[in-house]
Design a protein around this ligand. Structure first.
Ligand SMILES: CC(C)(COP(=O)(O)OP(=O)(O)OC[C@H]1O[C@@H](n2cnc3c(N)ncnc32)[C@H](O)[C@@H]1OP(=O)(O)O)[C@@H](O)C(=O)NCCC(=O)NCCS
Length: 170
């Protein structure tokens, strides 16, 4: 559907990106998760960026990568520590073009460089198939409370390829 946009590029997060990433976060939740979450759950989830300073601190405290098309951010993902993917959001206008794949491929390489032998991620129901396609396996079902709403997600795990982690034996 729609015309193909130019191939996305990656760059590191800068504090000045916070507002546009908050917009992508809210748009992705509102427009891409409605099959799996109620409107009240979506609102509670999206409220995580109401405090922009707190959101900026979260992005800055992790290894956050931004995917751009024609220099404009269209998606972002973050690695917390060496081995946990915290955030992955793609603007609804840019989905289905490999943006998330580009971001996660890069984070997997960076996790390997940080010595990780496996990666975990708490995956929303709408994104489970994306991660399953990339070799992530469900290990645990969770329920979390956000702003008084209960939301379900699944912890998924992927063992990184041998050689990705220097000195790793499995
Ligand atoms: C999930 C999400 C990040 C995918 O972004 P995307 O850029 O469209 O994904 P890609 O284009 O890189 O997709 C890569 C592959 O996954 C598949 N895929 C992507 N989203 C999918 C979905 N929701 N359901 C099934 N398959 C999906 C694609 O078809 C593609 O498959 P292929 O490699 O066989 O062609 C995006 O839909 C999103 O931001 N969702 C809302 C926020 C969210 O839930 N984030 C995850 C929090 S854990």
């Amino acid at each position: 559907m729609g015309q193909a946009l130019p191939k996305p590029a990656l760059r590191p997060y800068l504090p000045a990106d916070t507002a546009v990433l908050a917009e992508i976060f809210v748009a992705a939740i509102e427009q891409l998760t409605g099959d799996d979450y109620s409107e009240a759950q979506q609102q509670a989830w999206a409220s995580a960026v109401d405090d922009e300073d707190k959101f900026g601190a979260r992005l800055a405290g992790q290894l956050t990568l931004i995917a751009t098309q024609q220099n404009a951010p269209v998606g972002f993902a973050s690695l917390k520590g060496a081995d946990h993917i915290d955030l992955l959001y793609v603007h609804p206008g840019a989905v289905g073009q490999g943006v998330a794949k580009l971001l996660i491929d890069a984070l997997e390489k960076l996790a390997g460089a940080r010595g990780a032998i496996k990666l975990t991620v708490d995956v929303s129901d709408n994104a489970a198939e994306f991660f399953a396609k990339r070799g992530y396996v469900a290990t645990q079902r969770n329920t979390v409370t956000l702003n008084g709403e209960w939301l379900a997600n699944t912890t998924m795990q992927k063992t990184l390829a041998a050689g990705a982690a220097p000195g790793a034996s499995s």
